[in-house]
Design a binder for this molecule. Structure first.
Ligand SMILES: Nc1nc2c(c(=O)[nH]1)N[C@H]1C(S)=C(S)[C@@H](COP(=O)(O)O)O[C@H]1N2
Ligand SMILES: [Mo]
Length: 417
């Protein structure tokens, strides 16, 4: 038995890396404390930005119950708001992967320690660790799969990632309350020149000879994070910057040239839009409100006052475009046509698309009222291309891409939800 014991992972002697210890784990833990808090907050903001309380067509997690307690009317200014919050959510999430893996590696001996529980408190702690480790892996894996494979789990990504985030964050908060004070103490003491507090089971009793210093190992982890940051942040810009985003979709060269040559989420062909339905003589925008049902062709829309706004497209997947110049009819002018003279109401926007989660979206009154919210007919001085939503698409400042419905067919003002 004596000889066998150190060969089992449950034995402290099995783990030999001299890097493991309180300081290494504490530094990584504190980085994750800050980073994961930002991920949680920006994630909750993203859900609020979808206007889930407004209409079932926007709500991807209808059974959220009290978890929606914090929802609020997402503002329209600054126009880059969602571009920033969701860009940070996804880019920071990717950059934290090396830190997360290093942190899990640094505490892995604990997962094997035996007996599994000496007391009730210890048993509860270990269950919370299961939720913590399982939860964090689940959130990172679903997040990465969603951006890499573009809606791998159509419809179900949102509930998985949203409920997973709450379960994980509850365990995370408990873990932080238990561990953060000691981690801070360790880092301060070591910085002040004191020796690392010794044993809490992390330091190996029979360490191998070091091949890299602990600082060197931390720099390697940090370098990995910087590399991921440098190869994904470009997805939030156009042109040369986007070419630096090598590891994720929406990086690399733009999909086309000229005014319509910026990123396309779903093409007209993918959405099943038939060119015969979008011709000048066939397509009509149906506007519904107290004034009745009004049908407008593209020529009718072009006779209304046209306005311009420089606004980005910012997708939940974290990519975004720089500002594009959109030109079209103000949503609030369409609300007036529909019979709302003073206060524009909410609006339900439906597209020509027949299937798919993003075929329609609801916009809140504050979004309809913004003078930069348009039913766009042109982009960057040219007629919208079929893939960017010809004959007409919604563009709203600060809104997530998904609410910028393309190939609009019908707008119903008021009486939502
Ligand atoms: N009808 C319709 N509109 C849509 C979508 C869609 O799938 N169908 N995708 C949305 C999403 S998720 C985004 S990010 C933006 C992208 O706009 P773009 O393709 O012009 O860049 O369009 C939105 N409008
Ligand atoms: Mo999107």
């Amino acid at each position: 038995m004596r000889d066998l014991a150190p060969r089992l992972p449950s034995s402290p002697g099995f783990w030999r890396s001299p890097l493991r210890g309180t300081w290494f784990t504490s530094v990584l833990g504190l980085v994750l404390l800050a980073g994961i808090t930002v991920l949680f907050v920006t994630g909750l903001l993203s859900y609020a930005a979808y206007n889930p309380g407004l209409s079932p067509v926007n709500d991807k997690t209808p059974d959220k119950g009290i978890l929606g307690f914090y929802l609020f009317a997402w503002p329209t200014r600054p126009s880059w708001l969602y571009r920033l919050t969701q860009g940070v959510h996804v880019t920071l999430g990717l950059a934290l992967i090396p830190v997360l893996l290093a942190k899990l590696w640094s505490v892995v001996p604990r997962l094997f320690s035996l007996p599994p529980a000496r007391s009730l408190a210890r048993a509860l702690e270990r269950i919370s660790l299961l939720l913590l480790v399982g939860g964090v892996l689940f959130e990172f894996v679903t997040g990465v799969l969603n951006i890499q494979l573009e809606y791998l789990f159509p419809g179900s990504f949102y509930p998985l990632h949203f409920y997973g985030a709450w379960v994980f964050f509850a365990a995370f908060a408990a873990h932080v309350a238990l561990k953060a004070p000691a981690a801070l103490r360790t880092v301060r003491r070591v910085r002040a020149g004191a020796a690392e507090e010794s044993d809490d089971g992390l330091r190996p009793p029979r360490p191998d000879a070091p091949t890299v210093s602990r600082r060197g190992a931390l720099w390697t982890v940090g370098g990995g994070s910087l590399l991921l940051l440098a190869t994904s942040a470009g997805r939030s810009f156009d042109g040369a910057a986007r070419r630096t985003a090598l590891l994720t979709p929406r990086g690399g060269p733009e999909p086309g040239h000229g005014p319509n040559g910026f990123q396309i989420n779903k093409t007209a062909a993918y959405a099943g839009i038939d060119a015969a339905e979008t011709r000048e003589d066939t397509w009509r925008l149906v506007v519904v409100g107290p004034a009745g049902t009004i049908r407008l062709g593209r020529a009718d829309l072009l006779r209304l006052p046209l306005h311009s706004a420089a606004l980005p497209i910012a997708c939940v997947e974290g990519w975004s475009t720089s500002d594009q110049w959109w030109r079209g009819v103000r949503l609030r002018d369409l609300a007036t046509l529909a019979g709302f003279d003073d206060d524009p109401p909410d609006v339900l926007v439906e597209s020509l698309q027949r299937h798919g989660a993003f075929r329609s979206g609801a916009l809140r009154a504050n979004q309809v009222a913004d003078p930069h919210s348009l039913l766009a007919l042109y982009v960057n001085g040219e007629t919208l291309s079929p893939d960017h939503g010809y004959p007409a698409r919604i563009i709203v400042p600060a809104a997530p891409g998904v609410l910028n419905t393309k190939w609009v067919a019908r707008m119903t003002f008021g009486e939502l939800g």
